[in-house]
Design a protein around this ligand. Structure first.
Ligand code: GCW
Length: 716
C-alpha cells in the first residue's frame, strides 16, 4: 500500500509538471485563472476551504484534483480545514464523516447507485457549506470533476442542488491499439501504451488519460485492437496490463482486453479452439483465473469473431452464442463480462451486407449468458458519415445490446477535419425503433430500460494517440468529451455539450462561444454533404479509407467496393433496400420499415440508402435528383468556407496557438472537401450525363486527375 502511495505521488507530480501551455495537452482540464473579475470575486467568496474525509487512492485523487483545479481557477491556494466555516466544501462518502452521515437524505442515496453523487449548498451548524457526497469514493471524484466544471463554465454556484448518476453502466473506450504501438484507424500518432517500457516505466500521461476519462464518467477501457494479438493475454503482457490497471484504478477506469478466439491454439498449444471442446473451455477458465491474478478487478473481454477474417466459433460449426457463452462462463465467477461484437458480414454471403448482422444475431436472442452483451455499431454498415440506426436495436429484447460508436474519424476526414460528433451520436440515440411502440428509442434499448436489462453498455472507438494534443485535431477532443458525457447521460443535448467543451477548452466569452458552437453544430452536416449526401455511403478510398473513390470496383470482395453501395448507372443511383430490392427495410419495426420504404415518407437524408432512383427523380426542393446531389456537394464545401470564415473572425481574440492550429486544419479540410465534391460529382456525372447546374463553380480538375491520386502511406 505504501509503495502504491509512493508511486502515486510521483505520478501526481508528473501530471502537475505537464499542466502548462496551450498546445492541447491539458484537454478540457485546463483550470486557467478565471478572467472575469466579478465572477472570480463571487467564487472566491463562496469557496474558502475544503474538508475531505476518507483515505483511499480515489479520495487522494479527488483531493488533488480539487486542489489543482481551485488553485488554477481561483488563483489562490485553497487549503484543507478541520473546522466548518462559511465557504467550506465538505467532501466524502456518506459514512466517512459524521456530518455527512447526518446530512444523508434517504431519497438521495437510494437511486444514486454505485457511481452517483450529490452536490448541494446547505446550512450546517449555521455555516454555508457545499457538500459533495456519494455512496462510494468514485462518486466523490465524479462530484469533484462536476463541481470544477461548474466553475470552468462559469455557472452560478450559489444554490447548488445537483444529483447525478449514470444511465448506462459500462461506459468504455475501445482502443484499436496494436502491441507494436500502431493504431488501427488511429490518426493521432502512436498508441498511448508504451508496451516496451511497461510495466516499469509509467508514463505521466497515463494518469492524465485516466483523469480525462474520469472527468467525463468513462469507467472502462479496452486496451487493445479488436483485431487482437493473442500475446496480450500471455504473462509478458499481462504484467504490463496490470501496471496500467493500477494507474487507472483510482480513477474508476477498469481495464478490459480484446481477445482472439483462436488463442487456445495460438498461445495455448491446443489442437483447436472449438468452444464446445472441454480442453478449450478449461484453457479459457485457467487463462481467466490467471488474468484475475494480475488484475483483480479486470472488466472482461471484447471479441471480434467471424468477422473480416478473424477466427470465431463458426469455424468449428458453432454459433456466436456458443463462443460468447464459453468465455462468459470463465469470466462469471469474477464478475467479468463478454462484449461480443455484432459487426459481422461474410465475403461469400451474397445477401446485402447491411442485413447480415441482423440475420445472424436475431435467431440467437435469448441464448446468451447473463454476463454477455452484444456490441452493435450505430449503423448497419460501418461508421459512415450518416447511416440509419442499426436494425438490431430493438430486435433482440432478450439480450443486452451495447452501442459501439466510433470517436476516431475513420470515415469523417481522419484527424484533419473538424467534425463534431455530438450531433451524430444524438441522432442515433434519439432514433425511435418502435420495438415496443412509440418512444422505444435506441437510447432506451441500450440503457436497458426498454427490456429491463441489468447490464448496459456503450463503447466509443478512441481517437487518442501520442500527439501532444491527444487527438490530432483540437476539436477531436470535443468528440472524446461528448462521447463520455452522453455515455453518462444520453439525454444531454449536443449543443450544450459543445458549449461546455468550448468554455473549458477555448473561451468563456459568450460571443466567441457562440461562433465556435455554430461551427461545431454545422460541421457534421457539412461533412455529410461534401462526402456522402442523400444517403450515399461507403464511397471512400480503397483500404486506407482516405478521400473519395466512388469508382472502386472489381475487388476480391464486392462488399468492399464503392459501386456495390451507390449502384450508379445510366438510369439512376442508390441502393434499393425496399421489397423490390434487398428488402433491408423489413428488418425495421413498423412504422419505421414503412417510412424508410416509402418514397413520400423516407427522410431525404436516407434516400439513396434505401432507394435506387432516376437521375430526374423530383426532390422535395423541386430539383431533379442529379441537381440536388450537386447542390448538396457544393453546399458541403460552402459550409466549410463558412466554418473557416467564422473561425478566422476569432483571430486575435482567442489563444494564438489554438487559433493557428485550427486555422491550418480548416485549410486542409476545405481542400479535401473540394476534392470530395469534385471527384464525386465528376464521377457520378459519367452516369447521369447531365451538366453541373450553371450557377455552381466548375471543378478545376478532371476525373482522371482524382482517380490517379495515390496515397501509399496514408494512415490506416
Ligand atoms: O470499419 C472497419 C475498419 C477496420 C475495423 C473494423 C471493425 C478493427 O475499417 O479497420 O477493424 O471495421 O470494426 O472490426
Amino acid at each position: 500500500m505504501r509503495k502504491l502511495f509512493r508511486l502515486w505521488s510521483i505520478l501526481l507530480i508528473g501530471f502537475n509538471c505537464l499542466l502548462i501551455g496551450n498546445d492541447g495537452y491539458r484537454l478540457w482540464l485546463k483550470y486557467d485563472q478565471i478572467d472575469d473579475p466579478a465572477v472570480l470575486k463571487t467564487y472566491r467568496k463562496l469557496i474558502k476551504g475544503y474538508s475531505f474525509s476518507g483515505n483511499s487512492a480515489t479520495i487522494a485523487a479527488a483531493e488533488q484534483e480539487l486542489r489543482t483545479g481551485l488553485k488554477g481557477l481561483l488563483s489562490r491556494e485553497i487549503s484543507p480545514v478541520s473546522k466548518l466555516r462559511n465557504g467550506v466544501i465538505l467532501l466524502g462518502t456518506w459514512d466517512s464523516d459524521s456530518r455527512l452521515a447526518e446530512l444523508r437524505l434517504a431519497e438521495d442515496s437510494a437511486w444514486l447507485g454505485d457511481e452517483g453523487y450529490i452536490i448541494r449548498s446547505v446550512m450546517l451548524d449555521r455555516k454555508r457549506v457545499i457538500v459533495i457526497a456519494a455512496e462510494h469514493d468514485i462518486g466523490v471524484l465524479y462530484g469533484v470533476f462536476h463541481f470544477l466544471r461548474l466553475l470552468q463554465t462559469r455557472q452560478n454556484i450559489d444554490q447548488l442542488d445537483i444529483a447525478e448518476s449514470p444511465k448506462i453502466q459500462l461506459r468504455l473506450l475501445n482502443h484499436w491499439d496494436n502491441l507494436d504501438r500502431t493504431v488501427e484507424r488511429g490518426y493521432a500518432g502512436f498508441s498511448l501504451w508504451d508496451w516496451h517500457k511497461l510495466p516499469d516505466y509509467i508514463h505521466p500521461y497515463y494518469i492524465d488519460y485516466a483523469r480525462a476519462n474520469a472527468s467525463i464518467g468513462i469507467n472502462g477501457t479496452v486496451l487493445n485492437n479488436v483485431n487482437a494479438d493473442p500475446l496480450v493475454i500471455t504473462p509478458l503482457y499481462l504484467e504490463k496490463v496490470a501496471a496500467l490497471a493500477d494507474v487507472f484504478r483510482p480513477y474508476g477506469v477498469r481495464v478490459y482486453l480484446s481477445v482472439k478466439f483462436s488463442a487456445p491454439e495460438e498461445i495455448g498449444g491446443l489442437p483447436n479452439a472449438d468452444p464446445l471442446d472441454k480442453q478449450v473451455r478449461r484453457w479459457w477458465r485457467d487463462k481467466v483465473a490467471e488474468i484475475y491474478r494480475y488484475v483483480p478487478d479486470f472488466g472482461g473481454f471484447l471479441v471480434k469473431a467471424n468477422s473480416e477474417g478473424q477466427p470465431g466459433p463458426q469455424g468449428y460449426g458453432r454459433s456466436h452464442a456458443d463462443g460468447a457463452n464459453m468465455l462468459a462462463e470463465a469470466l462469471a465467477p469474477y464478475g467479468g463480462v463478454v462484449m461480443w461484437r455484432a459487426f459481422v458480414y461474410d465475403a461469400d454471403n451474397k445477401e446485402d451486407r447491411s442485413k447480415q448482422a441482423y440475420n445472424e444475431f436475431t435467431p440467437l436472442d435469448g441464448k446468451f449468458h447473463a454476463n454477455v452483451l452484444v456490441q452493435v455499431k450505430n449503423g448497419p454498415i460501418d461508421f459512415q458519415p450518416r447511416e440509419p440506426f442499426h436494425p438490431l436495436f430493438g430486435a433482440m429484447p432478450e439480450t443486452p445490446l451495447m452501442m459501439e460508436f466510433q470517436i476516431t474519424q475513420e470515415y469523417l476526414g481522419f484527424s484533419t477535419h473538424l467534425v463534431y460528433l455530438g450531433t451524430l451520436f444524438k441522432e442515433v440515440l434519439n432514433a425511435d425503433t418502435y420495438a415496443k411502440g412509440e418512444g422505444s428509442t435506441v437510447a432506451k434499448v441500450i440503457d436497458g430500460l426498454l427490456d429491463q436489462h441489468r447490464l448496459s453498455g456503450i463503447a466509443g472507438v478512441a481517437n487518442t494517440g501520442t500527439d501532444r494534443n491527444w487527438t490530432g485535431h483540437l476539436f477531436g477532443q470535443a468528440n472524446w468529451y461528448v462521447f463520455g458525457r452522453l455515455a453518462w447521460n444520453h439525454q444531454l443535448i449536443a449543443e450544450v455539450m459543445a458549449e461546455e467543451w468550448i468554455r473549458m477548452t477555448i473561451s468563456n466569452n459568450p460571443e466567441e462561444v457562440s461562433i465556435i458552437e455554430e461551427i461545431m453544430l454545422a460541421s457534421r452536416e457539412n461533412t455529410v454533404n461534401y462526402m456522402t449526401p442523400l444517403g450515399l455511403h461507403h464511397i471512400m478510398g480503397w483500404d486506407h479509407h482516405y478521400g473519395p473513390a466512388p469508382w472502386i470496383k472489381d475487388k476480391h470482395r464486392d462488399d468492399w467496393t464503392s459501386v456495390y453501395y451507390h449502384r450508379a448507372d445510366r438510369d439512376g443511383i442508390g441502393f434499393d433496400r425496399t421489397a423490390t430490392g434487398s428488402n433491408a427495410v423489413s428488418q425495421y419495426h413498423p412504422p419505421v420499415a414503412e417510412i424508410f420504404a416509402s418514397l413520400e415518407k423516407c427522410p431525404e437524408k436516407y434516400l439513396l440508402w434505401f432507394h435506387h432512383l432516376d437521375w430526374d427523380y423530383q426532390m422535395r426542393s423541386g430539383r431533379t435528383l442529379w441537381d440536388e446531389l450537386c447542390f448538396r456537394y457544393y453546399q458541403g464545401v460552402e459550409g466549410v468556407r463558412e466554418m473557416q470564415a467564422n473561425w478566422n473572425s476569432l483571430e486575435g481574440q482567442i489563444d494564438e496557438e489554438q487559433f493557428r492550429h485550427v486555422q491550418s486544419m480548416l485549410r486542409i479540410q476545405l481542400k479535401e472537401a473540394i476534392w470530395w465534391r469534385n471527384a464525386c460529382v465528376l464521377y457520378f456525372q459519367t452516369f447521369a450525363q447531365r451538366p453541373i447546374p450553371a450557377e455552381l463553380e466548375k471543378p478545376d480538375r478532371s476525373l482522371e486527375y482524382y482517380q490517379n491520386l495515390k496515397f501509399p502511406y496514408a494512415p490506416k
